[in-house]
Ligand binder design. Sequence first.
Ligand SMILES: Nc1ncnc2c1ncn2[C@@H]1O[C@H](COP(=O)(O)OP(=O)(O)OP(=O)(O)O)[C@@H](O)[C@H]1O
Ligand SMILES: [Mg+2]
Length: 335
Amino acid sequence: MAETILEVKNLKTKYVTRFHENVYAVDDVSLKVEEGKSLGIAGESGCGKSTLALSVMGYYFAPLHYISGDIIVDGTNLSGMNPDKVRKNILGNEIAYIPQSAMNALNPTQKIISFVEDVIHAHEPKKSKKDIYDLARERFEVLGLPEDVLQRHAVELSGGMKQRTVIAISTILSPKVLIADEPSSALDVTSQKLVIRMLREMMEKGFIKSMVFITHELPLLYNVTEDIMVMYAGQIVEHGSAKEMVFDPLHPYSKGLMGSIIVPEEGIREHRLTSIPGTPPNLKHPPEGCRFAERCAYVTPACRGFRPDMTTLPNGRQYRCVMSERKIREVYDHE
Ligand SMILES: Nc1ncnc2c1ncn2[C@@H]1O[C@H](COP(=O)(O)OP(=O)(O)OP(=O)(O)O)[C@@H](O)[C@H]1O
Ligand SMILES: [Mg+2]
């Protein structure tokens, strides 16, 4: 059986604002990623994807606070750990994290090789500059990045090259998990493809053992991750294989996110950028019942008074809706 690299159980976290209000941005999230596998997380802006990434990394610095749940990385439970200890011992070598817009955060006056040195020295302070250079050159070469990039400054690189460089730097210590938050969203289509190809290569070559890929574009994940979770208002509302989620979404929110005309033999033929009417609920006061009820085309009075649990189907697929799978299919078939 494949080894579980990352397991999150019933994780709840919140922001506490300057006005002492609680924002429940991650509410009872569970997930699992096995060795050699990748998980995609999709959802609209503000649904809690980046907060989930920080929470899974044990990055509990104000205003983000841990409430409850477990985060287990290759057998080590991070949930009770001091965030400074997590930052020092876990981040970079056990978990690599590529924040949203990471490529724009590179100090433009620093050479690329010095970022690599920073990452390595944080965990191996005695490693010589020559050994670091040799390691970086070899890794960059395998990933299709020319050696001379190491001597350049971030401003001298194109967007796509900069993003691939950031990914290569962040994973130089071959972490167990890579959490990439919207790594391709700001790029043109060609650069997006190169970034995704590089991430897949890194998985194949064992430079990373597992990956969590966050995006607001559900269809994009079809070619990127094995499994997909859809997140809405701080909760996971559906989980399945990439194929199931893209071609046969069950939850009305996932269906709305797909917003596509799908021809199974041909893949995704056309992706219309339809937006789901309405806006996500305020996470300071999440609704009593189903969080998607206000925007759902299939809402019934029961949805507003009843908070649906996750239903797990015999094949492991999960969704959070008051409707049975049969009822959902019936409703969709009648459209
Ligand atoms: N520092 C903060 N303090 C208080 N609330 C915050 C803070 N950062 C985010 N939030 C709130 O937490 C919720 C989740 O935000 P988050 O950034 O995780 O969403 P996201 O899915 O990553 O969105 P995007 O696609 O725009 O990156 C939102 O309601 C947001 O307003
Ligand atoms: Mg985000």
